[in-house]
Design a protein around this ligand. Sequence first.
Ligand SMILES: Cc1ncc(COP(=O)(O)O)c(C=O)c1O
Length: 389
Amino acid sequence: MQKIYLDNSASTRVDPRVVEAMRPYFAELYGNASSLHSFGREAKAVMDAARASLAANIGAKPQEVVFTSSGTESNNFALKGVAFANRGKGNHIIVSAIEHDSVLGPAQWLQGQGFDVSYLAVNEDGLVSAAALDQEIRKGTILVSVMHANNEIGTIQSIDELGKVCRDRGVYFHTDACQSFGKVPVDVHAQSLDLVTINAHKIYGPKGIGALFIRDGIAIMPWQHGGGHEMGLRSATENIPAIVGFAKAAALCVEEMDAEDARTVALREKIIDAVLDTVPYAYLNGSRQQRLANNISLGFSGLEGDAIRLLLELDELGIAVSSGSACSSNGGGHKTSHVLAAIGLDAVRARGALRVSLGRFNTAQDVDIFLEKLSEVLRSLKPLTSVLI
Ligand SMILES: Cc1ncc(COP(=O)(O)O)c(C=O)c1O
């Protein structure tokens, strides 16, 4: 059976060009970038070049990019590091209600440490209003964190407007760009960004490598102590193969962004139109316009509680999709989506969605097969409300 992978928001296949770029750094050029001998100097030179290339892709200076192990680590570092370094200025932090768990988790933990956290509401498309953000900022606000694009519903925020509000009010602005980087432009100057989280495994690079952009001059407390790697901000021997792969993956995405965007949007629109036109009880979650090119979040009235079943039946037919975010399956049990609840869906609808996320290696044929299999599965599931509508 031919398998079709439509879960590119969870992770992506590593591009063969990235694998090639990484290959020499496992068994041939394996030095430690902190060593003084030629192996070490070579590793350091390669790492410096990768850092400079990655930085250039977001309009940053090389020394403003700190490598981490993941998007999760970068988000933890941004929130906890800024919170503790700026305690003297205030204790108020603002995050949006639809953040990834790797922002919500540290935010909740910080509440336990005496910080005050506000959760910004979003509208039915999942958008944060710049005016609402402006109102929420008060004396003592030290940090705002609003994700660039949402991992469940694909909504892309007007990040430049939010950044401008924070800049005008003198508050640090962090954005989690794990889902947007490589798909839409991220420019730390044009978008007034102070801290940006990115990772490699969403952009056809390896897992276990991420980065945090930290604007020069931002007060941030190191979170991982040791040998003083990464400009003293994040100790640990740098993962050279992964860093090389990350930079290569990012460069390819940026180079190919326009063509890939047009191609993916066409595939996305084909799926959305086909499903909404042929399944009367189907609906789309998130903004139709301000949406990632690769995200389709579908709800099926009457089948929300069956989202996992739908996913597993498609899996039986060789189609890999998600019931929301990949992380929602961690820790057992399917929980209500905080993102679907935040865009105003009722408790039933917030229980599940079918997230189809396209990627570089998907073809028009994949889309046709998916549509065929989806209608097969939907016919067999017979939603209760299809008879009610
Ligand atoms: C928006 C967002 N932020 C952060 C992460 C976490 O990144 P990582 O898997 O590298 O820890 C993810 C991945 O699921 C994500 O989608």
